[in-house]
Ligand binder design. Structure first.
Ligand SMILES: [Zn+2]
Length: 89
């Protein structure tokens, strides 16, 4: 097992945000979703784990209000970048 916990968090946050009314006008195809995740992850530190135990520990460490606010900011920025130039990444 080799998991980037940051990737899992970003993936689920992007899914939730793209379903929200705020981003109704943005393309929601898989390509754009992947581009948003990739672009966000390029500016966020990776947190790799090799066990389920490690995954839970890192998730709990990252899952704070302060961290999520910062991660959400990176995602919102990525949604706008990809939304401006969809399918070009
Ligand atoms: Zn798209």
């Amino acid at each position: 097992m080799l998991t980037n916990v940051m990737q899992e968090i970003v993936h689920s946050l992007v899914r939730v945000m793209m379903r929200g009314s705020e981003y109704q006008t943005f393309c929601k195809c898989e390509q754009c979703e992947r581009d948003i995740i990739a672009l966000s992850l390029n500016t966020l530190p990776a947190h790799y784990v090799t066990t389920e135990k490690g995954r839970i520990a890192v998730f709990e460490r990252l899952n704070t209000a302060e961290n999520l606010e910062w991660i959400n900011k990176r995602i919102i920025h990525s949604i706008y970048v990809v939304g401006k130039y969809p399918h070009r990444h």
